[in-house]
Design a binder for this molecule. Sequence first.
Ligand SMILES: NC(=O)c1ccc[n+]([C@@H]2O[C@H](COP(=O)([O-])OP(=O)(O)OC[C@H]3O[C@@H](n4cnc5c(N)ncnc54)[C@H](OP(=O)(O)O)[C@@H]3O)[C@@H](O)[C@H]2O)c1
Length: 327
Amino acid sequence: MRASQYSRFGESSVLETVQLPAPARAKGEVLVENKAASITPLDYRVRKGEFFKYVQRFPKTPGCDFAGVVLETETGSKLKRGDRVFGFTSKGTHASQISVPEAHLASIPDGVSYEEAAAAASASVTAWQALDPDRLKPGQRLLIQAGTGGVGHVAIQLAKNAGAHVITTTSTRNIAFAQELGADEVIDYTSTDFVQQLRDKPVDLVVDMVGGADNGRNRQVVKRNGRFAHVFNCGYIKQGWGANFSSPMLEMRDVMYGLIVGGLHLGPKYSPVIAAPSSSLLERIGNLMATGKLKIHIDRAFPLDQARAAHDHLEHGRPRGKVILTM
Ligand SMILES: NC(=O)c1ccc[n+]([C@@H]2O[C@H](COP(=O)([O-])OP(=O)(O)OC[C@H]3O[C@@H](n4cnc5c(N)ncnc54)[C@H](OP(=O)(O)O)[C@@H]3O)[C@@H](O)[C@H]2O)c1
């Protein structure tokens, strides 16, 4: 099988496409012929040694999302050889074959491509677990920070499906895209301060995917009985307007602060979000895609042997929606 790997931290030039023996299927797992995988900010941050530096083992295969065909399953599994499946796992998915826990995947419905499924998996589960759309009430006002990225563009659609009034932040070039996704109000973060804009009209829920200096400021725009969902950023988004910075330790400080303030009811309820794979949630997401209620926007697809360009595009190309690799 083929995989994209690196054996030292650094820029995208450390990535190599290598030939490897096919992985053995572990107990409780499903062996998958992988057709497509997405790239997430965690992939390039870990590659650069910015996050989890001391627990990485080399050679390292990046990637968490996958979509492909079942090759082999455990006896008694609901799945069979040839089934189309998608999901996410911590096992490194930028490879043409992977062995993944059955609990981390779901079937891809008819009409949904491998590319769309791979692009949807972790981004959609993250957006879902941050929003908790089953508990949203029509008309509730939401602020989704970074609404045109991989997670944000799903979050806007899930919130609109639930009947919420969606306010989002993005840069000037992506305002029209945010509106196409259904956002009711778009704040251009390059020219407008969201606190100034919303302080007098606080929201019921803020979903923060930017962090940095703005993480704590989100509390100024949420109702006292509202909720603040902090999508853990693995060190925050670096680019962009404002005094953003990249440090997992500083982000951990914000998580501790949020838990104390929220726990003692001194501010809005606080939910730190770290996406957890769930077959049943992936199934619901697949159904939304099959029925046209969730459209995954793929900014660009790269073949596996162009993984370097794909990482660079996600990090520097300001993509709309998702960047994926095809095997
Ligand atoms: N905790 C978890 O389980 C989990 C799961 C998935 C993702 N994440 C984290 O969530 C974050 C978003 O992930 P993603 O996949 O959506 O990333 P992405 O696709 O790279 O999107 C990032 C977005 O941030 C926007 N942005 C940059 N600076 C901003 C600012 N100051 N205000 C508002 N928006 C700004 C960019 O918009 P412009 O291009 O218009 O500037 C871009 O659309 C990342 O930090 C990622 O690590 C966490």
